[in-house]
Design a protein around this ligand. Sequence first.
Ligand SMILES: CC(C)(COP(=O)(O)OP(=O)(O)OC[C@H]1O[C@@H](n2cnc3c(N)ncnc32)[C@H](O)[C@@H]1OP(=O)(O)O)[C@@H](O)C(=O)NCCC(=O)NCCS
Length: 96
Amino acid sequence: MEPFATYTRAFDHVGVIGTYVDLSHRRQGIASRLFKATFKVAREKGYKKIFTFTRADNPAALATYLNHGFCIIGTAQKQAKINGKYVDEIIVEKLL
Ligand SMILES: CC(C)(COP(=O)(O)OP(=O)(O)OC[C@H]1O[C@@H](n2cnc3c(N)ncnc32)[C@H](O)[C@@H]1OP(=O)(O)O)[C@@H](O)C(=O)NCCC(=O)NCCS
């Protein structure tokens, strides 16, 4: 997890998260354990909110975030370009 922005103090309470589990170890609860540890440390560091994006063509990632208390707050259209094709990104957040 990293700060949402560093050019102002206004977003100091917002962190951005990225999650990756090796392909050979998925669906074994590793992301759930990572989230639990990350939320605890984030609260201790003073974060009040976690914010992130997940590609619209990645239902597993969206399901994982929703399963851990994130809410969908919008869609960034044509946010990623993968193999020459635009893909939307779903914006999610979780208040700690
Ligand atoms: C998303 C990702 C991090 C999940 O990691 P994981 O260790 O497999 O997840 P967990 O085993 O802890 O699963 C926790 C819950 O998330 C949901 N979930 C996870 N993978 C899912 C899938 N393929 N389909 C549907 N739901 C899924 C389920 O609700 C699951 O609970 P359950 O197993 O009791 O049903 C992993 O698939 C990954 O690394 N994907 C590639 C990177 C990525 O897309 N990252 C997110 C965007 S930054």
